[in-house]
Design a protein. Structure first.
Length: 202
């Protein structure tokens, strides 16, 4: 098993919209990160200890060397959590210089209108598709060689997606955005990635 320090070095914070239509893309991110040997992290997993959600988010982002921010949800009602969390990541990248962030969008050039302050930083464009999300993550986080191919990651995604309905029933949820379901999805992705020979137990 990897040590806690090693896991932290491989951790990637996910700043994504928690809505039903994003569920397949969220699972795509979990699948590709695990396939790359990374550890997906989310505010979903952080227990409330009385210090407030913002402190939990700050501590989680700070513990991860990389964060992914999908700013593709610009419909009304407006949602400000995601650009706010991007601001935290940007500040950490400039002040502590130990953090890198990746931007994602569904449509090309739209980020120039919705968040013009990030002009000059090219987002990965995923087209709101599973393959697009996987491709963006492979492109931005992959090694020079030896990465999993898109078809293999898509196969992991399909198998994870098949269990989402039963996970919701088991946990009495209408969506996958809970601490327990997130943990089971990550564990499931790890089992599938090991089965595919992408990662090992050590």
């Amino acid at each position: 098993m990897r040590s806690g320090k090693e896991a932290n070095r491989r951790s990637v914070f996910l700043n994504v919209p928690f809505d039903p239509t994003y569920e397949p893309l969220f699972i795509a991110l979990i699948s590709v990160l695990v396939a790359l040997g990374r550890v997906p992290r989310s505010v979903l997993e952080a227990p409330e200890r009385g210090d407030g959600r913002l402190v939990r988010i700050l501590n989680l982002i700070r513990s991860c060397p990389v964060s992914i921010h999908d700013l593709s949800r610009v419909e009304l009602p407006a949602r400000f959590n995601m650009p706010f969390e991007l601001g935290i990541a940007f500040a950490l990248s400039r002040i502590e210089r130990r953090h890198k962030f990746i931007l994602l969008e569904a449509k090309r050039h739209r980020l120039q209108q919705t968040l013009s302050d990030v002009n000059g930083i090219d987002p990965g464009i995923h087209g709101a598709t599973i393959k697009g999300v996987i491709s963006c993550a492979l492109d931005r986080l992959g090694k020079p060689y030896g990465n999993p191919d898109l078809k293999t990651v898509a196969r992991i995604h399909r198998q994870l997606w098949k269990i989402t309905s039963s996970l919701k029933r088991t946990h009495g949820r209408t969506n996958i955005y809970s601490r327990s379901i997130f943990g089971e999805l990550v564990a499931g992705a790890n089992r599938l990635a090991r089965k595919e020979g992408l990662i090992s137990l050590d």
